[in-house]
Design a protein around this ligand. Structure first.
Ligand code: NDP
Length: 257
């Protein structure tokens, strides 16, 4: 796997915490020589801190570039690739991980602002990031090459009461991923989706607008997955032989089935 990933340039959105952060570490640990990791999120300070931690953990064989990027802002996304130093633009893998849920409420009472944030981040942001890297992938021989790994959710398959907007965004991710894979059939551009179940991250703190006690209550009496459990799968699918497409993976803790 280290050999297959060696020399690749990997972009991770939402790398400042949770699954994205763990995925950055997992790529760095798996291929510690000659990898370029572009870590993006809105919180640049957290990305810079992570950059230092990765270097401390695996050494300087992995090159790390922290980039402030709000995926819900189309102008920022358009400026992302052209704004990279030239030697960082030959992107091979995009992990579309940035995402959030705002509020737990039944559809009639969900604030318009929260609806927009969820759709602009989870759906439009993911699509715009994909469009930003596809020209790079398509310019490669034989129809193109590269990996798009979208982080969906079990919520895109099994809707729950109080989550209608979030579930709808993740169902949209699922549908987009599936369509794009079909569009790119017979190229070496792999479009894959990893759907987590319950994972303990900052996700629930964001969901409850920063209320830590409500967020912690979500995990009472159950054992959620860790972000590393998801990161290992993301790196596994990216590390397969290029003819192997692990199109769709659902991972959840045993209590959730
Ligand atoms: P976290 O809240 O820990 O991480 C979310 C990440 O997304 C942060 O790094 C945040 O960074 C980033 N982010 C949010 N909005 C934006 C934006 N507009 N632009 C760029 N980055 C953004 O949660 P998770 O790690 O759990 O979530 C990661 C993904 O996993 C999400 O897509 C989520 O839907 C999915 N997921 C999570 C589950 C769970 O139980 N935790 C279950 C199923 C799916 P910053 O604030 O610095 O921008």
């Amino acid at each position: 796997v280290a050999k297959r990933l060696s020399g690749k340039t990997i972009v991770i959105t939402g790398a400042s915490s949770g699954i994205g952060r763990s995925t950055a570490f997992e790529f760095a640990r798996t291929a510690p020589d000659n990898l370029r990791l572009i870590l993006t999120a809105r919180r640049l300070d957290a990305l810079e801190e992570l950059t230092v931690k990765i270097r401390e953990a695996v050494g300087r064989g992995v090159k790390v570039l922290p980039v402030k990027l709000d995926v819900s802002n189309p102008e920022e996304v358009r400026a992302f690739v052209p704004g990279l130093p030239e030697e960082w633009r030959d992107i091979n893998v995009l992990v579309n991980n940035a995402g959030l849920v705002k509020g737990v409420a039944q559809a009639p009472s969900i604030a318009e602002e929260d609806i927009n944030i969820m759709f602009h981040t989870n759906v439009t942001g993911l699509i715009n990031m994909t469009q930003a890297v596809l020209p790079i992938f398509k310019a490669r021989p034989d129809g193109g090459a590269g990996d798009i790994i979208n982080i969906g959710s079990i919520a895109g398959r099994e809707p729950y009461v109080g989550g209608s907007i979030y579930c709808a965004t993740k169902a949209a991710v699922r549908s987009f991923t599936d369509s794009l894979r079909r569009e790119l059939v017979a190229t070496r551009i792999r479009v894959m989706e990893v759907d987590p179940g319950q994972v303990e991250t900052e996700f629930s703190v964001v969901r409850f607008y920063g209320d830590k006690s409500k967020a912690d209550a979500v995990y009472a009496g159950c054992e959620p997955l860790t972000p590393d459990d998801i990161a290992e799968v993301v790196v596994f699918v990216a590390g397969r032989r290029e003819n192997v497409v692990i199109a769709d993976t659902l991972i959840f803790p045993s209590h959730q089935a």
